[in-house]
Write a protein that binds this ligand. Structure first.
Ligand SMILES: Cc1cc2nc3c(=O)[nH]c(=O)nc-3n(C[C@H](O)[C@H](O)[C@H](O)COP(=O)(O)O)c2cc1C
Length: 331
């Protein structure tokens, strides 16, 4: 969970008996090296490192300028101005040779991909390094592409899921399959093990995923309120508030559809008619608006991602939460 997961949280999840994860997609290879080293200092057990494999964006200065203009009144409310130009703030793993070289060198046990699949050379290099490869998929077609690419396990991400939807092409038609249907479909129609993700918050949810034929469940939202998470106070308050039951899918914050707690930014997104720039170019403006708002004490412009299970979030230490979920599964 980029922006939320931390080495401390990954290690705590491991200590509780789960498989912790860290997100490398929002930084470069140097940041990734530091994060992997810190996580290894905190846990001897394997953990998952996650990368963004989005199609590189198409910069469009006219569209980006229009988007910044559309955001200008929101910036003005905090006596700030939108950026003059927007940058591509994250490099896709598809183009990041330094990241590949790092991973081949440090050999993480598990490497997961979001938003797409790396090319055959990258897959082969990581497999040769002994990494187990995961990919988020949202449809049978994406799952079959992942299977053909040699991915070892599929993360079946349902529409309920918090955060960015892992769709490979954000402009293609989206069938918006829920976790239940998608997990069962992939368990029946693919030969690779399936990990269910989306709306799973407790032992009953994990047990349901296993009953559908998944070998495991991946939980995100359940861990946002843990003390080890990097979520700020406004995010935690929103997660524990009444809006948690009303999560919305929005492109306005980052340029890709993502499920978010309802806040000032999702509300603004519903009023804007300008075309949203490609991910992650739009995210440069989104992060700038959040920073300007936070300086003035307004926390409602953050990327407060959360899934439909958000009202069931528990503010427990991550290791205790994993143990509680395991106990709930035992009944
Ligand atoms: C705050 C947050 C950040 C996320 N960041 C990532 C990420 O960096 N990479 C990724 O593959 N998935 C990310 N996801 C999606 C999760 O992998 C997973 O699909 C989702 O959390 C499952 O649904 P749930 O949130 O209802 O448990 C994120 C989810 C949340 C809630």
């Amino acid at each position: 969970m980029a922006g939320v997961s931390t080495p401390a949280m990954a290690a705590a999840v491991n200590a509780g008996g789960g498989l912790g994860g860290i997100a490398l997609g929002a930084g470069d290879a140097d940041a990734a090296a530091r994060m992997i080293a810190e996580t290894r200092e905190r846990t001897e057990r394997p953990f998952n490192v996650n990368l963004f494999v989005h199609a590189p964006p198409m910069p469009d200065p006219v569209r980006e300028a229009a988007w910044c203009e559309a955001l200008r009144p929101a910036f003005a409310a905090f006596e700030a101005q939108p950026p003059d130009t927007l940058r591509t703030i994250y490099r896709s793993f598809a183009q990041d040779d330094a990241m590949l070289a790092l991973l081949v060198e440090v050999k993480p046990a598990v490497v997961g991909f979001h938003f797409g699949l790396p090319d055959g050379t990258r897959v082969a290099a990581l497999k040769k390094a002994g990494c187990l490869l995961l990919a988020s998929v949202t449809s049978l077609a994406e799952a079959q592409a992942a299977e053909r690419a040699g991915i070892d396990m599929l993360v079946a991400q349902g529409y309920e899921a918090g955060g960015h939807r892992g769709v490979f092409d954000p402009h293609a038609a989206d069938d918006r399959l829920g976790t239940l249907a998608l997990t069962r479909l992939l368990a029946m129609r693919t030969r690779v093990p399936v990990i269910a993700a989306g709306g799973i918050m407790d032992g009953a949810g994990v047990a349901a995923a296993l009953a559908l034929g998944a070998v495991a469940a991946q939980l995100g939202t359940a861990f946002i309120a843990c003390p080890e998470s990097a979520a700020d106070a406004a995010y935690r308050a929103a997660l524990m508030g009444e809006g948690a039951a009303l999560t919305v899918m929005t492109r306005a914050i980052s340029g890709r559809p993502a499920r978010c707690l309802p806040n000032r930014f999702t509300l603004l997104g519903e009023t804007l008619t300008a075309a949203v720039p490609d991910y992650p170019i739009a995210y440069d403006a989104g992060k700038a608006l959040n920073a300007a708002a936070k300086v003035r004490g307004e926390g409602g412009y953050g990327a407060q991602w959360a899934g439909q299970g958000a009202p069931l979030a528990r503010a427990l230490p991550a290791a205790d939460l994993v143990r509680a979920i395991a106990a709930e599964m035992r009944g």
